[in-house]
Ligand binder design. Structure first.
Ligand SMILES: Nc1ncnc2c1ncn2[C@@H]1O[C@H](COP(=O)(O)OP(=O)(O)O)[C@@H](O)[C@H]1O
Ligand SMILES: [Mg+2]
Length: 584
């Protein structure tokens, strides 16, 4: 996606609103610019003593009409732009969300939630403000500037006087060009610091229970204090330069006014311009100061928004790292074996996490995987699901490389139950029926029964409609796992992967669950990762992973007969079971 797209799409949809708004701004300011002129001729007539009470009333009404006309028309113009600005937010928040959902795990492992949220909140808003303010104030100010000069030239004020008065104002662009980049760089630093704070707050609130248990509140407070201090320091650096910038502009306006008063005053006393023209001149200068200051503000805001704009464009330019092949195909997973051919894999740090894995699971078979934490089991599953891309020619379903499959086919064909299944803050029913929203309650209940969480659920007052999360009940670790397991079961996919999915469940319930799984997965491919050997001893084949390599493979019986890691693990667990009865 090219980088200007974020603006192009937006203006393509909204250009008409902007054209109308600018036209209205033009009309409003042309009305407005008559104010000093009317006041000028009022002064002249007053001085000449020609003014009756009627005349005063007429002038007052004219000025009132100018005021009302400017306010009403200018107001509509502003509203139109603001309204369109909100549409910008709406459009881009949706677009960002869609884009986020396309990005893979690699992206999320590098970007914390706080940073992602700040795209939605700060950046979109900053760009919106700069567009709205930019259009409203630049349009208003530049039209006012031009028409003021024209109006002044129509009076008897000589051109050189107009030029002398306007000159200091022309220095404004120079100052802006000087300060703009400095402000921009410092504002980027502020944004970064705020991003770091949100991220750190997010994480610390999430981990507050751990913090309390270990009584390290003071350490955490200090750490957070540093983050906040950094923001303040950077904000002050920004404020120093932007205050100077904002002060210089009104100063130049005042300088113009001084020239107008001294030089214009002299011309008036010597009768070369009328008193009315002098009054009009000072009013025009005064009138220009505000819009010119606004232009300064606009440029400030735009500079600041450019940082956000760059961040948004950067983000929208990121390609999802997992992309479907051009001629992607589909396979029938219920008839396809899973084959790994000399698969080696490393994450970005380059350290081999998997080495030379070869494996075949025939359709309908059950594979068990054991291994210590960190031996690469989950990584292997992520590659099977292609949440990370495996090297070409290493993973096949039937005869098809996983990289040639459509993503829908792949993810639809496999149900993956992770160890720490995430539950959303919605009802239990919706969480279980996550994959198929319109599942019958009957099916949801059935899945819950299979995952042995049904009895827990019906004890809640709202049963399956019980809300989870921040404003609902909190499930225990084991209940969470079993709910997540039910979610995997209801999908009833041709391939089921349980990645340490019952690790937090007690041994008796685990045995029950594994028994059920054996029944319902009869004839369907199933991969079971467990650290308890009891959970996978019925598998057709068991492989033992150690430091990314397959160190043993066979059936439960054959592995027990061998001297190796499997038997060691088995003996340790048996020992534990004998000592603690049920072994949980
Ligand atoms: N996203 C990642 N980036 C870098 N290294 C990772 C990532 N995920 C896991 N690892 C590393 O890969 C190794 C295997 O992890 P994992 O597959 O989760 O093991 P297991 O599931 O067997 O406990 C570990 O050393 C872990 O630190
Ligand atoms: Mg794991």
């Amino acid at each position: 996606m090219d980088s200007q797209r974020i603006l192009r799409d937006f203006f393509r949809k909204t250009w008409l609103a902007y054209v109308i708004s600018i036209a209205l701004h033009t009309v409003a300011n042309i009305i407005h610019v008559n104010f000093p002129k009317v006041l000028g001729s009022f002064t002249d007539e007053l001085k000449a003593g020609q003014l009756s009470m009627d005349g005063v009333a007429r002038y007052s009404l004219t000025l009132l009409a100018i005021g009302v006309g400017f306010a009403a028309i200018g107001g509509v113009a502003q509203y139109l732009v603001m309204y369109t600005g909100r549409y910008f937010e709406f459009m881009n928040r949706r677009r960002l969300y869609a884009h986020f959902t396309g990005l893979g795990e690699k992206f999320y492992s590098k970007n914390g939630v706080g940073k992602l949220l700040s795209y939605f909140m700060n950046d979109v808003t900053a760009v919106r403000e700069s567009i709205s303010m930019g259009v409203n104030q630049t349009a208003g100010a530049s039209i006012l500037l031009v028409s003021t000069i024209v109006m002044l030239l129509l009076t008897d004020v000589p051109v050189y006087l107009v030029a002398a008065c306007i000159f200091p104002l022309l220095l404004i662009p120079v100052i802006v060009v000087y300060f703009g980049p400095i402000i921009r760089a410092r504002s980027l630093k502020v944004q970064e610091a705020i991003g770091a704070m949100t991220e750190s707050a997010e994480e610390q609130f999430g981990g507050i229970r751990v913090t309390k248990k270990f009584a390290v509140e003071q350490t955490m407070r200090n750490r957070f204090g540093e983050t906040v201090e950094r923001i303040r320091e950077r904000q002050l650096r920004l404020v120093r330069v932007s205050s100077l910038f904002q002060a210089l502009i009104p100063f130049l306006g005042a300088l113009s006014l001084i020239i107008a008063i001294s030089f214009g005053g002299y011309l008036t006393i010597t009768n070369r311009i009328s008193l009315g023209s002098f009054v009009a001149l000072t009013l025009y200068i005064r009138m220009l100061m505000n819009p010119l200051q606004q232009i300064g503000n606009v440029i400030n805001v735009i500079q600041r928004a450019r940082a956000s704009f760059d961040r948004l464009n950067d983000l929208l330019g990121k390609q999802p790292d997992i992309r479907e092949a051009e001629n992607a195909v589909e396979v029938d997973f219920s008839r396809s074996g899973i084959e790994l051919r000399r698969l080696s894999f490393a994450y970005e740090d380059g350290r081999d996490v998997l080495r030379d894995i070869s494996l075949y699971v025939r359709p309908g078979a059950t594979l068990g995987i054991v291994g210590r934490t960190g031996s690469g089991k989950t990584t292997l599953m992520k590659l099977l699901l292609r949440t990370y891309d495996p090297p070409e020619g290493t993973i096949f379903y039937g005869d098809t490389d996983v990289r040639s499959l459509t993503l829908a086919n792949l993810r639809g064909g496999i149900a993956y139950v992770p160890q720490d299944g995430f539950l959303f803050s919605s009802t239990i029913r919706e969480n279980i029926a996550f994959y198929k929203r319109d599942s019958e309650l009957r099916d949801v209940e059935h899945a819950a029964k299979m995952a042995k969480v049904y009895d827990n659920i019906i004890e809640f007052p709202d049963k399956f409609e019980t809300r989870l999360g921040e404003r609902g009940v909190t499930l225990s670790g084991g209940q969470r796992q079993r709910t997540s397991l039910a979610r995997g079961m209801i999908k009833d996919a041709p391939i089921l992967i349980l990645d340490d999915s019952v690790s937090a469940v007690d041994a008796v319930t685990e045995t029950d669950i594994m028994e059920t799984i054996r029944e319902i997965r009869e004839g369907k491919t199933t991969i079971i990762i467990a650290h308890r050997i009891s959970a996978l001893k019925h598998a057709d084949e068991i492989v033992v992973l150690d430091e990314g390599e397959i160190v043993q493979r066979g059936t439960h019986e054959s592995l027990l007969a061998e001297d190796g890691l499997y038997r060691t693990l088995h003996d340790i667990q048996e020992e534990g079971t004998r000592q603690h009865g049920t072994g949980n």
